[in-house]
Design a protein around this ligand. Sequence first.
Ligand SMILES: Cc1cc2nc3c(=O)[nH]c(=O)nc-3n(C[C@H](O)[C@H](O)[C@H](O)COP(=O)(O)OP(=O)(O)OC[C@H]3O[C@@H](n4cnc5c(N)ncnc54)[C@H](O)[C@@H]3O)c2cc1C
Length: 422
Amino acid sequence: MKRSDTDALVIGGGPAGASVAIRLTGLGWRVTLLEQTSFPRQKVCGECLGPASLELLDELGLGSKVSELAGPAIRQVAWMASERTIVAEMPACLGGRHAYGCAIGRDCLDMLLLEHARSQGVDVVQPAKVLRVSGVPGDFDCVYEWRCNGVIDERERRTEHHRKAAFVIDAHGSWERGPECHATERDGGEDLQLQSSDLLAFKTTFDGATLAAGVLPVLCLPGGYGGMVVSDRGRTTIACCIRRATLRQWRAHARGGSAGDVVEAYLRSSCDGVAAALRTAHRQDSWHAVGPLRTGFHPRSASGIPRIGNAAAEAHPLIGEGICMALQSAAILAKLFAHRPKDLRAAYIVDVQRTHAAICRKEFSARMRLAQLYARVAMQPSLAAAAAILMGSWPRALTAGAQLAGKARRGELELSWRPAVA
Ligand SMILES: Cc1cc2nc3c(=O)[nH]c(=O)nc-3n(C[C@H](O)[C@H](O)[C@H](O)COP(=O)(O)OP(=O)(O)OC[C@H]3O[C@@H](n4cnc5c(N)ncnc54)[C@H](O)[C@@H]3O)c2cc1C
């Protein structure tokens, strides 16, 4: 192996990137993380953490801090379809450290994670966008540029910076093009192919909303779905996904106004529960947007560069499991590296990458399929109304649906798999 500036270079400082950096530093690795934006920053996200995510944050040494800052425990789940609202008990996670989940703003959570990474010795380079990665496992060259408020600093435009790394981890998320990495290959799995959807995602926060604390409503919208929740500092977060065609229709109907205004008008008029919760509310922030979502496994990755978090796989956000999958995929990778050889040989790294992709497929497939099914029901008014009738007479169906989606899952990961090359 050639001389490197760092053992592992992590691209992206979201929950996946920050948590893998913390874990690898804990194993004695020299870790560098590059994040293109300055924190705190907002992120399009429903901001709900289930008990499993809280357990994984405990493992990182952050669970109590997050629980202290987050909104109230989420003890109820609701199904809001047009004029109907069905409320049921959230299933409790039995035997775990956290019975219920909670919500915390991504400005807050991501900042906590990255600050913690820094305090643990991770070399955080921020705001720095990774442009290209070349080389082979054991000897990667990563090219990046400095950014200023997310924009390339003009004085820096022609200055390329380099970091040499033995090992690179791609945690750049899924909502923008990642850095160029050479020698891309499929990870071999064929199930749950990537689906480029026509869904655009939005999020904002409100003051003075009257949504009951501790309830997590799923919003069923014609041509979309969403969720709202009371998060940290009493603010109410609303996040949703809307089909491009639906949005276009609403825009034509609104004749003017920003995309955010159109989204808000659509939410208020499509769902009585949202209109009621926001009657006295004031928006704290503008509407943030990303998309289109690309749900499924993201099968192409560069040889020897494992992907974690959304960069590896994205579920429909209706089930609110994305942060959990990000934290889990990071934990799986770090666990596979727990007994690394002294010399990070290329064959070993490629084997870890393949093993990691296979474990993630096994761990996440069911959740992703279920999310796809729920999203279909929620976006189709006739199905959403039929589901509301069923849940109205049998609210336990809603509790069971939340249980299936993983809301009572524990964070523990028992890995018996080991890379074949050690
Ligand atoms: C509408 C909506 C609602 C959701 N609600 C929930 C929910 O309630 N609960 C839940 O658990 N999940 C939810 N999710 C999913 C969740 O937001 C994602 O799964 C999660 O953010 C994935 O984390 P990540 O670390 O993989 O990626 P990200 O959080 O996207 O982080 C990636 C980071 O990489 C940085 N980056 C990108 N490219 C580069 C580059 N070239 N160089 C350097 N840095 C780079 C980005 O700036 C970013 O900070 C929701 C998603 C949507 C769209």
